[in-house]
Design a protein around this ligand. Sequence first.
Ligand SMILES: *[C@@H]1O[C@H](CO)[C@@H](O)[C@H](O)[C@H]1NC(C)=O
Ligand SMILES: *[C@@H]1O[C@H](CO)[C@@H](O)[C@H](O)[C@H]1NC(C)=O
Ligand SMILES: *[C@@H]1O[C@H](CO)[C@@H](O)[C@H](O)[C@H]1NC(C)=O
Length: 215
Amino acid sequence: MFLFHLFALALSTFSALPSSLAQDASSLVGTWSSGSRNVVTGAGFANPLNQTFIFPKTTGMSYSFSSDGFYEIARYRFTGNPAQPNCITGVMNFAHGTYTLQSNGSITMIPFGDGYQQVQDTCAAVSPVIDFFNTTELYVSWNTVQDATDGMLLNLFNFDGTPVPRLYLVSTEPNMLPTRSLTNSSVELTRRKRDVEGSSGMGLFARMAGALGVS
Ligand SMILES: *[C@@H]1O[C@H](CO)[C@@H](O)[C@H](O)[C@H]1NC(C)=O
Ligand SMILES: *[C@@H]1O[C@H](CO)[C@@H](O)[C@H](O)[C@H]1NC(C)=O
Ligand SMILES: *[C@@H]1O[C@H](CO)[C@@H](O)[C@H](O)[C@H]1NC(C)=O
């Protein structure tokens, strides 16, 4: 009898979980940022018109989602260089587009095509490398949690199930650049030239991402 009550108690505690662990579309809407929350999507991070970045104080990542299906991502990461341990490579990455909440609980994000990234080796004499970034991203699962200390949190899981660093809600409004491709014609021309030369920004990011654990 005692055991049964214990079981019932455990069961009722368990069934209370879903109310705090949400996966409804409205709970995703807003601006989210990891770590010390210095990386935030929007005009304070990326200028797609001239493909420049504004360096945040610390590394981190940020995601924004609108209620009408748009997303934006800002990522700033460092990685070591095994060949030159005293050298650090910094990667800034911007992408935006449309997202879909799939019936299997995943999120797919399809970029507009104007995403780009900057890769800079602190030891290299050459200027930073700017490349296009147009990768469709799959996050296999997600949830939002109301935390007593940290407020709303977003847990996102990469295509391979690894977790994205915990994301804190920094604004209930999505902090986004205009939700369309923002590349101007001269950037577009450079892109076509590079495409003709056979250089792929995605390949570069994939290599960097592998080293960084970013997807
Ligand atoms: C890029 O555009 C931004 C916003 O208009 C401007 O503030 C910045 O100076 C530009 N940077 C370069 C290198 O042209
Ligand atoms: C969930 O759906 C997405 C989109 O259709 C698909 O890409 C992904 O492979 C699916 N995941 C699983 C585990 O079935
Ligand atoms: C970017 O990727 C999307 C999704 O695969 C594709 O529809 C679009 O044509 C691509 N844009 C460019 C400029 O490559």
